[in-house]
Write a protein that binds this ligand. Sequence first.
Ligand SMILES: [Mg+2]
Length: 291
Amino acid sequence: MLMMNRAGRAGWRSAMVLALGAGLALAAPAGAQDSGARGDLLNATLWMQKSVEYKAATLAAFTLARMRLNQALADRKWTGAPDEQKGDFHNLPPAVVLDVDETLVDNSGYQAWMAVKGASFTPGTWTAFVNSETAKAIPGAVEFCKYAESKGVKVFYISNRTAEEEPATRRNMEKLGFPMGGNVDTVLTSREQPDWTSAKSTRRAYVAKSYRILLNLGDNFGDFTDAYRGTEAERLKVFEANKDRWGREWIMLPNPTYGSFESAAFNHDFKKTQAEQNKAKLEALEPWKGQ
Ligand SMILES: [Mg+2]
């Protein structure tokens, strides 16, 4: 995947697609089962698919989200999109915005496929996975979305899946029980409108024109801020500037399998080879000096 990307990934996926389009990447080499890519995915995917620790972490996130939803509903000054929510929003109807991949749906089957096959992300195999409609619900996700809907809160999905992938995405999510918006288009995919880039602020601004956004849930920094593609130091600075928002109006789901955290280590330069990316990631680590 672009590692990861996949999914929706935010931006990340787009960067990868660009890199692939430029002929730069990443075909899985023969014998890739011993590659660094597999090593990266093995523990992370095992944790997502098999651990009770992952399930407990996501349930906790959605339990917190439910409490924050109630708090936000009672406080008309509250907004989960402080950078996009403009003007007199206090009496707008309430909404929540949520990322899809690895926030609400679990695509670890695709990751596991890559780990087992020694394959790397390609847009073609990713779209085939999306079209298989086999993504699973992340523990607590459907229940949270239904709870929000039951409280009269519109549930918007802001995903970097593409317009081409939207029909299968909708069917997959509907089968899992997610509320799909009725007569409102609540699935906002990348490039559905010209300014809806993989950076998500324009889509939040679109929702914020008609709704008071109570909460934002995601698994990637880019689900919350367009400043996700900076260096690690720059990302840390933005993170710290928003410290009070985490666990309040912004709630992060765990995703160890891919994301901008990974590409930050190699400056989001998807022209780098897998070996170069792995080298940069190793160099980013802060190891014990040893005995
Ligand atoms: Mg995601």
